[in-house]
Design a protein around this ligand. Sequence first.
Ligand code: ZN
Length: 145
Amino acid sequence: MPAGYISSPQAVVFILYSIAMIIFCTHCWEEIDASLELCPICGASSEVDVRSYQEKLIGALSHPLVSTRARICWLLGENKVKEAVPALIQVAESDPDIYVQKAALEALGTLHDGRAVPLLAQVGNGSNRFLAAAAQKSLESYITR
Ligand SMILES: [Zn+2]
């Protein structure tokens, strides 16, 4: 991104706002533009009730596809869905796929919620180096922010 692009306060506000508007189709779980009324991928009408959208997202953490579960973790973090913290902790502890576990650990870092600290510290000191690195990085974000 060119440096001049974010020099005006207005542009910064717009960027933050657009991050909050990332949504997934709750039918096919493809990422879609929040302003569209119909999903361009599967044609389902997009969810307008934000609360039930978040609940559906949390429910999709048990989606059968690994790539979808990992994206849901990321999305819950990016959209600051604090209600997802207990579910993300569970995914980080027990998802059968290590990449989904990593995505959950990263989302817990993004969400910056104290409930995740014991788990991040535990995994960060654990024997699995791949997950330990992700947990430590998430934990660092709690200290530096
Ligand atoms: Zn769709």
